[in-house]
Design a binder for this molecule. Sequence first.
Ligand code: MN
Length: 293
Amino acid sequence: MFFYADNMAKYAFSSQLTDDVDEGYAIMGIPFDSTTSYKSGARYGPNAVREASYNFEVYNLRFDRQLTTPNYDIGDVQVNYGNYQQTNLMIKDTVRTVLEMGLTPIAIGGEHTITNGVVGAIRDYDEDLFSDMTIIHFDAHFDMRDEYLGEKYSHASVLRRIHELNPKEIIQLGIRSAEYEEHEYVKQQENITYYTSYQIQDNKEEILKQIKKIKSPIYITVDIDVLDPAYAPSVGTPASCGITPRDLEDFMQVLSQKNTIGLYEVVLSSDTIGDSTSINAAKVIYDYLCLQN
Ligand SMILES: [Mn+2]
């Protein structure tokens, strides 16, 4: 069932979900922030992204596509602030319902911790699919700490928890900030590959070629702090020397050729209209949907 609070604000290009819908994309906000350690406010992300989407054209010039891909903004998942476990259950239930309807989930956060719920729902729904899945993770950080500030389910350990669920592979893109131990952990794992933002700046074409070779279904998770703070300053833990929105466009173009099971985006935005973080975050979803057309 949907645990959601209806939200008057909808993603600009979305339609009303009706009972006869059995394909397309379900957009949901997950306005949860609880473990954010530096700059909090990720709960405002979903609405900031929706608001920014109103500025976009139906026609996407870069990709020469119209955004006619069916998508439905189902509102916000009900969250229990300060209670990760409870929130996680409500996310899992909502995502499972979406999957059972034949829809692909697109979740807008909210802090990164809740990707556990979205990915966990996919695993519960189809374990074989999950064990064959490649997770594509855009982030300035590995998020691979065993725990952070004594918390196992923290934004800084979310990919570690997902790795423990045994997906086929995790590919991390745009990394440029880490704890020594988590870097050691990542290097020891055969099914984790990472590319720093510096490698992307120097060798983007080569890395895109590697991504093109992926055969398995993919799940995409984007922490918008993968972008340089020049393009996305309103994030929980900003880190210099990030990639550009153009780089992200190029990756989305290649990823659109793959069988995508879901997309999750972590955003933190100010409530100012025209905030660059919200515009660049909304554009990821816009490009993704245009490219599915
Ligand atoms: Mn991050």
